[in-house]
Design a protein around this ligand. Structure first.
Ligand SMILES: [Zn+2]
Ligand SMILES: [Zn+2]
Ligand SMILES: [Zn+2]
Length: 381
């Protein structure tokens, strides 16, 4: 066993020795750490086996599986399915959030924070027991986070009725996005619009829930099959991810979590889509060299349009497209989108309100079908 591990380590070292990129080096480190962990675990296991501690052994194994799942800082889809609990990596627990946004320039966020804390004391004095995870001072607002199980509406209403707050700020719940799933390898014999209905009719847990699926778009794929992407209510998401695969009228299909980063595929900025780009006054940029496209002579050297302009990242590795997960700026947006997604919502209240966001994102197709050489699929983790 030990010899075999040493062998693999050597192999990894050699493999990444030439033309070593930052990520390869990091991956190699991770793999190495994982191998050490496996070694340690096998040692522990042999001790436990000697003592016949089967239960302890399973604990050790579970720990190891978790570590492997967290490899690369992200939880694999498989481990989400295995635990039956959809846990996006970057969001530790589900939270409800509301925002107290200042309406007057002259108010500082520090003053607003003080008023919010005064408000919380007032709620407590009146017997309010609602639990709060944290109160955060933002750039123009104060953000309040509650555990998923708490009654946020009552607290929001209390704040809306406080004179010290509503004179200087607006109070509203944070807009959350509904989760997105992709069905892979869907046969061409079924129309995308019919897919949700078909799945719901074949799945006991999803009976009658087809109105909680919002069709988004088809993904490019093989000749006879395709991927189909839906935005779904949190309850539907948890059922689907728990199942891992579902049946339609004539086949079984795999389902996976998808995170859609809102990125313009014309200039690669975030927060607007390709359709809006021109009217917002942005210039198209080259996907390869990152320069402004108008009359540019492409160097054919891959250089990220976003990183090359960033005060911090311009000094780092630029040899990636601006719309893939090797880009640290894209990666940050990916995590933010994950954090804004309502994986944990206990009710599906939010579902209807986000339907309009969906349409804006459907134009953003290039990032969904990554360019050549990005077959890892930047959106699926
Ligand atoms: Zn743009
Ligand atoms: Zn170019
Ligand atoms: Zn980049």
């Amino acid at each position: 066993m030990k010899e075999r591990v040493a062998e693999i380590k050597d192999y990894m070292k050699n493999r990444f020795a030439g033309g070593q990129t930052k990520h390869a080096a990091k991956d190699s480190q991770h793999i190495s750490a994982l191998l050490n962990e496996i070694l340690k675990t096998t040692d522990e296991m042999s001790v436990l086996v000697a003592r016949s501690g089967i239960e302890d052994m399973s604990k050790v194994l579970t720990g190891l599986v978790e570590k492997a799942g967290a490899f690369g800082g992200r939880q694999s889809y498989a481990s989400i399915v295995n635990t039956g609990q959809p846990k996006p990596s970057s969001s530790p627990v589900g939270e409800k959030t509301f925002i107290i946004n200042k309406t007057k320039q002259e108010t500082s966020t520090r003053e607003l924070l003080h008023e919010v804390n005064t408000g919380i004391r007032k709620v407590r004095a009146e017997g309010g027991q609602v639990k709060i995870n944290k109160v955060i001072e933002g750039k123009t607002s104060v953000i309040v986070k509650l555990p998923q199980t708490e009654d946020i509406d009552t607290l929001i209403n209390s704040f809306k009725n406080m004179d010290n707050i509503n004179g200087i700020a607006k109070v509203y719940p944070a807009k959350m996005l509904d989760p997105v799933v992709a069905f892979k390898g869907v046969s061409s014999s079924i129309k995308s619009e019919e897919l949700a209905k078909s799945i719901c009719s074949m799945t006991t847990q999803l009976r009658g829930m087809e109105d909680k699926f919002k069709y988004m778009f088809d993904m490019k794929s093989g000749s006879s099959t395709r991927g189909v992407v839906f935005r779904v209510a949190p309850s539907v998401y948890r059922i689907l991810v728990g199942l891992g695969r579902v049946f339609t009228i004539n086949q079984v299909i795999n389902v996976s979590k998808k995170v859609l980063v809102r990125q313009c595929q014309r200039c690669y900025s975030f927060g607007h889509n390709t359709k809006q780009c021109e009217s917002l006054g942005f210039q198209p940029k080259c996907h390869t060299c990152g320069q402004k496209e108008a009359g540019h002579k492409c160097t054919k050297v891959i250089s990220c349009a976003n990183c090359s302009q960033h005060p911090k990242y311009k000094h780092e590795d630029l040899s990636h497209p601006p719309n893939c997960d090797r880009c640290p700026i894209y990666d940050l947006q990916f995590k933010r989108t994950e954090q804004k997604t309502n994986y944990f919502g206990l009710d599906d209240q939010n579902y209807e309100s986000t339907a309009d966001v969906t349409m804006a994102e459907t134009t953003n197709k290039r990032s969904l079908s990554p360019p050549e050489g990005e077959k890892g699929e930047s959106n699926k983790r």
